[in-house]
Design a protein around this ligand. Structure first.
Ligand code: ZN
Length: 130
């Protein structure tokens, strides 16, 4: 079992809500998010697949200034710096997500996260380890 699969297994003991919808190639088994009708590796047809809702943080950064608007929609209370990262799922997919935490100092590569769909970029919520 890989380190990531082990970490995910440890934090996955509580049933997870539905995760993101991706696609998997029927020929070479490449899995992607967001879903695509054609495989990015071999071009053959893909099938929809439900991705794991729990993964680990692959890398991250902090957005310290408001992105160009549009497309960015600033919140009513005004812009505040926020973290963005890639969440690596057991399927081998890395998904860009906003990290839902106000404690930027607590973010660590490899930390377990629960990823949830949203209108736009998915959100990832830190999971407290037992
Ligand atoms: Zn393929």
């Amino acid at each position: 079992m890989s380190v990531i699969a082990h970490q995910v297994a440890e934090v996955s003991k509580v049933p997870a809500p539905a995760g993101l919808r991706g696609s998997r190639c029927g020929d070479c088994a490449v899995t992607v998010y967001p879903a695509d009708d054609a495989c990015p590796r071999c071009g053959r047809a893909t099938s929809p697949v439900a991705l794991s809702a729990v993964g680990t943080l692959w890398t991250w950064t902090v957005q310290r200034f408001a992105p160009k608007s549009p497309p960015f929609v600033p919140p009513p209370e005004g812009f505040r710096p926020f973290a963005l990262g890639y969440v690596e799922l057991p399927e081998g997919v890395r998904v860009a997500a906003v990290l839902d935490t106000d404690d930027l100092g607590s973010i660590q590569i490899g930390m377990p996260l629960r990823i949830e769909p949203s209108n736009g970029v998915p959100h990832a919520i830190p999971i407290e380890e037992a």
